[in-house]
Design a protein around this ligand. Structure first.
Ligand SMILES: CC(C)(COP(=O)(O)OP(=O)(O)OC[C@H]1O[C@@H](n2cnc3c(N)ncnc32)[C@H](O)[C@@H]1OP(=O)(O)O)[C@@H](O)C(=O)NCCC(=O)NCCS
Length: 209
């Protein structure tokens, strides 16, 4: 195994090595088939890491992946990024969806963080997350990014925490895979600290009657 250290945990059975040469870019329509394939592979290998299931999503047509990659005009800021090896192979991806309702448009959901196991632990996930957050910060009006991660997925949690995400709640028994329940940690990254109000009543402005 070319001298690389092997770390074993629930989500990691691959050697840690140097970051492979790669390119990160927004996915386009032509990427739908490899994206769909990577996504289904990840759902199959890591069933407890995602809310979606291989059983359900393997029945979704390619058009579903195309719609996710190229969202409609109502979601102009949404995107899915892909990490590509120098062979051109898609080795990872992550998506961001801005909430559509008026009162929630300051929030976006980070979803579908996948790094193919053979490319894992080499900085691909961090590079995807960094690129995703850079783009997110440029979205007008966006103040925070939310995500949920299986509480026992230490590797992903550590990655998110190192980018500034904090856990604001844990839902016990959030997903059930076979007979096993898994908790989900809900995490948020706020771009700028906004003072919290202690009352649910709207704040009164000085010039209001
Ligand atoms: C979680 C995941 C995206 C991380 O991607 P990755 O490319 O392997 O991660 P990176 O190599 O960029 O490492 C980023 C951080 O993750 C953590 N990490 C990576 N490999 C690790 C390992 N072998 N053991 C423990 N922590 C590890 C570390 O905090 C690391 O930061 P560091 O390099 O500064 O120490 C990837 O493992 C994956 O796709 N896992 C399966 C699906 C999944 O869990 N997705 C997330 C759903 S919320």
């Amino acid at each position: 195994m070319d001298g690389a250290a092997t770390v074993r945990c629930r989500y990691n059975f691959v050697p840690i090595g140097p970051r492979p040469p790669m390119k990160i870019r927004q996915l386009v329509l032509d990427d739908a088939a490899p994206y769909h394939a990577l996504r289904l592979r990840m759902l199959r290998i890591f069933p407890d890491a995602f809310n979606s299931s291989y059983e359900e999503d393997s029945r979704k047509p390619l058009a579903w992946a195309e719609r996710r990659i190229v969202p409609d005009a109502a979601a102009p800021h949404d995107f899915v990024l892909g990490a590509f090896a120098d062979t051109g192979e898609l080795i990872g991806s992550v998506g961001l969806a801005v909430e559509s309702r008026l009162k929630q448009r300051h929030k976006a959901l980070l979803f579908g963080m996948y790094v193919a196991p053979e490319a894992g632990s080499r900085g691909v996930g961090r590079a995807l997350l960094t690129a995703c957050l850079e783009r997110a910060r440029a979205i007008p009006g966006l103040e925070q990014v939310n995500l949920s991660v299986t509480a026992t997925n230490e590797r992903a949690r550590r990655l998110y925490e190192s980018a500034g995400f904090v856990t604001f709640g844990v839902e016990e028994r959030a997903i059930k895979v076979g007979a096993a329940y898994f908790a989900k940690a809900h995490m948020v990254l706020r771009f700028a600290a906004v003072p919290l109000r202690s009352s649910s009543k709207p704040e009164r402005r000085d010039n209001e009657p």
